[in-house]
Design a binder for this molecule. Structure first.
Ligand code: ATP
Ligand code: MG
Length: 292
């Protein structure tokens, strides 16, 4: 399968008929094993590095990558992988946890807006404003903490949030921030296996928190919320990718491919040197060569 096809396969840019059950968390395309995919993964990492160099030099576009998933779906590992070979000077990762008291004093897009990537940079959101239609929807008490005036708390609040998010993303796209959103789709069975590993292996114990099991209890509500989110916020300029996540190596392969494809579609180029600049460079070169 060509890389372009692989990226396209999991892309949702019109969510109207989206159903989670049309996707299989265990899918690995025609790749049979980690070893089989290793060479391609390496190639993607080096292409990402080259493209990022141009993105930075050109200083016009920004790339925002958003990661959402159930616990233990492999967000952290996938982000670590994306970062391999990338110049840290042009890339920022931000993790969003339960909002602080200060953050709750503002609208729900405030804290993430402060962390958006500047031109030439790649920004990675480990969780994002999408938590506002996921955890906040599943746990209604989180919505009550947000101090929204009661007259604005209508039954349509989730549709209103979808609409606000879409408008915000369209605005960002029109300003030159390219947005790609990844839902790492792990199965309930695989999550259980990974939780048990976290409990059994001492070096993985730190990754486990009792709250994770509590969230697992709301599995079906979360799946419904994810489905509705993807249905309502998939657009051409900010598509979702439903990435199979039961095999970590395949997750990484799909994500890398999407990033390479996206950056290539921007036709990035190093800034052109004009006549005056060329003269300046030539002068500097002569100066250096004539140094004693
Ligand atoms: P992760 O679970 O992302 O790997 P972590 O385990 O280090 O990270 P947690 O303490 O689990 O960190 O923090 C993430 C938690 O914060 C998640 O349960 C998430 O649902 C919650 N959270 C994130 N954004 C919001 C939000 N806007 N409102 C309420 N809860 C949120
Ligand atoms: Mg957690």
């Amino acid at each position: 399968m060509k890389t372009g096809k692989l990226a396209h396969k999991f892309r949702v840019d019109n969510g109207k008929h989206f159903r989670l059950k049309d996707y299989d968390p265990a899918e690995t395309g025609h790749w049979k094993s980690k070893e089989h995919a290793a060479e391609m993964l390496l190639e993607q990492v080096s292409r990402t590095a080259d493209l990022q160099d141009k993105l930075y030099a050109q200083d016009e576009w920004a790339l925002l990558l958003i990661f959402q998933a159930m616990d233990a779906a492999g967000k952290d590992g996938a982000i670590k992988h994306v970062m391999t070979g990338v110049n840290p000077q042009g890339c920022e990762v931000t993790s969003f946890k339960t909002p602080s008291a200060r953050e709750l004093q503002h609208d729900f897009l405030w804290r993430t807006t402060l962390q958006l990537p500047e031109r030439g940079h790649i920004g990675i959101f480990n969780r994002s404003y999408y938590e506002e239609v996921l955890v906040v929807r599943v746990h209604k008490e989180a919505l009550n903490n947000e101090k929204i005036p009661s007259s604005l708390m209508s039954k349509k609040i989730w549709d209103e949030r979808f609409e606000d998010i879409c408008c915000f993303e369209r605005h960002m796209a029109r300003s030159g921030t390219v947005i790609r959103k990844f839902f790492l789709y792990v199965s309930k069975k695989e999550q259980k296996k990974r939780f048990l590993e976290r409990l059994d292996e001492p070096e993985k114990n730190w990754k486990f928190s009792a709250g994770d099991v509590h969230e697992r209890a709301g599995w079906d509500d979360y799946q419904d919320a994810y489905e509705d989110m993807i249905r309502n916020t998939s657009t051409k300029h900010a598509p979702w990718y439903v990435v199979p996540a039961d095999n970590k190596w395949f997750t990484r392969l799909v994500i890398s491919t999407v990033i390479v494809d996206t950056l290539e579609s921007l036709k990035l180029r190093y800034p052109k040197v004009d006549g005056a600049k060329r003269k300046e460079l030539e002068g500097a070169k002569q100066g250096l060569l004539q140094e004693k």
